[in-house]
Design a protein around this ligand. Structure first.
Ligand code: 3BY
Ligand code: FES
Ligand code: FE
Length: 392
């Protein structure tokens, strides 16, 4: 199943890999490891974003070892074949007469930037629906001007669980109330999608949540930033969702109790009380855009029971560390939340690996877990060319 996941899910779908903010200058690059594949995402000399296979066209050496860096050109450490940042080969020593350098550039990988979020597809025939999805999401994301933000912090968390458990955990907040005291200090306790399930104790908070949400929609409309939820999580190859929710307490950001975490608002957002614009992508990413920072998350499988979760915090380019923001305070809530989620994933991995495990039913609020699972099954079905029978 792990090999199949790498081949069908990670090998043939658009994967969020990095932000343009990580590679602001020509020659800046990050490398991304997906199974045995290594991709270099680089700002090329024309200021565009290229994705290149990290495999030398001479005798196949890996070219770049570093997870990120800056280069003039890429020089293969083995025999020094040298490539421009757009992948074209410019130097190959002692090549035979008639050697055509232009035929031996680094292999290019399909890449798209959606408002500064860089997606890569490892297949030469990527899902064609990305542009349509980008068309829907662009108006929501563009006002945050993500490409021009500054990386304030980045963490890599290796979780001892299968990537699907990481994603399922991300797709529900049933565990939030008990499991995320820091996050729920900034979130309303909207743990149910059914208003009739709201207890009398929670009713006033729910009314407050609805009121704050209505205000946000109004504010969003007046600023030209759309606010309405869009959701196509299981019906297309590039499954996505965007929601815009108010925050509790101070209502500003992911500081404790909804407190702001940076003094400089980002992009075109004018009001610090702008809630949480949250975006989900199948199969491997989620995003939270706040008035004063953005957090982007990416999960990549490393082994059947190992997943690497990268979290990147972005702030306004003119926000000064120690003056406008403090990394500890900026990252406090999600560092704690990520670690709590890691604990849940690892605990579940141990449980579902028990031969005695029998799956139970979802709660009503776990509908996005179901959407993820449905998306996954449909993608495998489509790979095998039809019905579930093919899955054995
Ligand atoms: O990040 C998310 O999208 C979800 C909602 C809040 C908690 N959880 C990890
Ligand atoms: Fe890269 Fe020979 S393998 S130059
Ligand atoms: Fe969680």
């Amino acid at each position: 199943m792990y090999a199949l996941d790498l081949e069908v899910i990670f090998g043939r779908h658009w994967l969020f890999c990095a932000t343009e903010a990580e590679i602001p200058e020509p020659g800046d690059f990050v490398t991304v490891e997906v199974g045995s594949t290594s991709v270099i995402i680089v700002r090329d000399d024309d200021e565009g974003v290229s994705a290149l296979l990290n495999v030398c066209r001479h005798r196949g050496s890996r070219i770049v070892d570093d997870p990120c860096g800056a280069v003039g050109n890429f020089v293969c450490p083995y025999h020094q074949w040298t490539y421009r940042t757009d992948g074209s080969l410019i130097f190959a020593e002692s090549s035979q007469p008639g050697f055509d350098r232009s035929a031996f550039g680094l292999r290019r990988v399909p890449v798209r930037s959606l408002a500064g979020l860089v997606f890569v597809c490892l297949s030469d025939e990527p899902p064609v629906d990305f542009d349509e999805v980008a068309g829907v999401l662009e108006p929501y994301l563009a006002p945050y001007r993500l490409a021009g933000l500054k990386v304030a912090h980045q963490t890599d968390l290796m979780e001892a669980g299968n990537w699907k458990l990481v994603m399922e955990n991300n797709r529900e907040c049933l565990h939030c109330d008990a499991g995320h005291p820091e996050l729920t200090s900034a979130y309303f306790p909207f743990l149910t999608s059914n208003p009739e399930d709201i207890t009398p104790r929670l009713r006033p908070v729910y009314e407050e949540y609805l009121g704050a949400g209505a205000k946000l929609t109004e504010a969003g409309a007046t600023r030209g930033i759309p606010s309405g939820a869009r959701r196509e999580l299981d019906s297309r190859p590039t499954g996505y969702q965007v929601t815009h929710m108010p925050l509790a307490g101070k209502g500003r950001s992911f500081g404790m109790g909804g407190a702001p975490v940076s003094a400089k608002l980002i992009g075109d957002v004018h009001d610090a009380v702008f809630g949480d614009m949250s975006v989900h992508f199948q199969p491997n990413s989620w995003f939270h855009l706040l008035s004063d920072h953005a957090i982007v998350f990416r999960a990549l499988p490393v082994a059947p029971d190992r997943t690497l979760v990268r979290t990147t915090w972005l702030v306004s380019a003119d926000a000064v560390e120690g003056v406008d923001y403090d990394v500890d305070r900026l990252t406090e809530v999600w560092t704690a939340t990520n670690d709590e989620d890691r604990g849940f994933v690892e605990r579940q991995q141990r449980g579902v690996s028990d031969p005695g495990y029998l799956p139970g039913p979802y709660a009503t609020v776990e509908f996005d877990v179901e959407a993820f699972v449905t998306w996954y099954i449909r993608r495998l079905e489509s790979h095998f060319g039809g019905g579930r029978d093919h899955l054995g």
